[in-house]
Design a protein around this ligand. Sequence first.
Ligand code: TA6
Length: 298
Amino acid sequence: MTDNANLPTTAFLTADASPRLVVDTRRCRGEVGLYGATVTSFVPAGGRELLFVSKKAVHDGSRPVRGGIPVCFPWFGVGFMDERMEPLHGFARKLPWELVEVVDDDAVVTSRFRLTGRLAQDAPGRHLVPQAFTAELEVRMGQTLRLELAVTNTDSEPLTYEVAFHTYFSVLDVTACRLHGLEGVEYVQDGVAGVGSRYPLRVDGHIDRVYDSATQLTLDDPDFGRRITITGENSSHAIVWNPGPQGAAEMTDMADHEWVQMLCVETARARDAAVMVAPGATARVAVELAVSELPVGR
Ligand code: TA6
């Protein structure tokens, strides 16, 4: 669907080189780029932007946008096989998805984006996951933001895949934030195992940890006075990533100082918990992001 005539009045497609679905209702405003089906903005009514997008992000479809919520699929990072799978984070975030439908039920605008194995046939890395599939990303924008990836195995062979919602949260100063829910939880960083301390996580530089966690997390940002609640469904891991000053300086699509303004808290189904779907079956993984006022004193 690329025709604005079929959209509700609360949504429209931009007609520029990087087409985006823009949703504007009394509950929220948001944007989803068709390239990678990447949510790049979500602003709940009366609130501020939830998602970080770098000022140096590239929006011409030549590479994933540095920010928003790229969908890592059909693998996360270097993948679930023993050898390194390329490209990093799978091919889905580097392909245009089809917009299937947009429905406004008054409280929530639901948009659906589709990527099939056929659309991905020429993508680098496709041979690593060669099965026929249909992936459908449902984006629900209301008072909260909910993403669900439903993958149907349309092949005669079983399908194994990983998925991560690689969410970049916008924060005023990451060093003042606290991430709750990973206390005492096991993680791996650079191949080395560790365990979260008994205190909420503070980030003051580079971090790249894959936590063995499927529980609800909360990110408290005292400077913005807000709490973000991150609820995964059918997920297995939480990834916390910030490039730190040196990492940001090395990236061409992130400004040097911007590491302070973002924190990735990713919701994934990955590694030993990769999804296995039988022929004809569908599997779903989802995340819901809700914003509330930070209780006084936190
Ligand atoms: O999910 C964390 C991570 O895998 C980091 O290791 C870091 O490289 C980040 O993702 C961003 O990856 P990208 O390919 O978008 O530069």
